[in-house]
Design a protein. Sequence first.
Length: 323
Amino acid sequence: MPFGRLASATTPTAHIGLGLAAVGRPGYINLHRDRDLPEDRSVDALRERTHELLDAAYAQGVRYFDAARSYGRSEEFLGAWLATRPEVRDVVVGSKWGYTYTADWNIDAEAHEVKDHSLATYLRQRAETDALLGDRLDLYQIHSVTVDSPALTDKELHARLAELAADGVSVGLSTSGPAQADAIRAALTVRVDGEPLFRTVQATFNALETSAGPALAAAHEAGLTVIVKEAMANGRLAGTDAPAIVQEIAAEAGLGSDAVALALVLHQPWAGVVFSGAATVTQLAGNLHAPLVGLDEERRSQLDALVEEPEAYWRRRAALPWS
């Protein structure tokens, strides 16, 4: 399984992956994108920014890169970067299907993505991903599974995903929403011919939203690789937007709030990979300092006080503007 390479990596940054949600399309819900991206958000400009980030991440030991069909042209940008660097064979490449990008490179689009977990969407998007990433794809995940998703019960879809796994591509899922834990636990019961279907789970976990923690621990115990997204809560835990205690810990460490936010997740014993969602090389460098942050029991207890009710957290996330 490809994640064995990641688990045995010798550099701490190998356990921090780079997610391309913020740079694969002109619009996203992270805070302060007007400061993070160039005024020109053309395809060429964001391709150049993505390749710059990939170069910097690889040079600093990052070995996991994450894209999705709905992240605009992220798969295209990543595939082109890999194609021009044939010597780069030690990275793990993940992508996701289940959302279709519908904004047509327009920041002000009425709908940026449309969710559909049907078999027909899987077959269409699998062909699209294959055309862009080919044999470089290591992991294909169902995007944003909730407990009511048909992807958890569709036996024909499960059979097709099992065929993909038999061809050497690991199968996983990502989750979202206040009931992430329920979706994760339901996914652990999905089997094909008596064998577990899912080998990874990607979920939101951060200082403000910890509700999936026990389910992620159970997934880890069951042998799944746990991947954490949105460790900085779409920018709410970074820079001066971070709560006072996060900024205090960061100041004591001589690092940024982003490093503290990531460090909290890295301290979870079940966390296999934690994403940086950096949009600039400077942000990436700050994120990669996370392993240097020491969080003793007192500091972790202070961070625990930041936790919000899941429903409140996800309502606020849903209200973040695309910009």
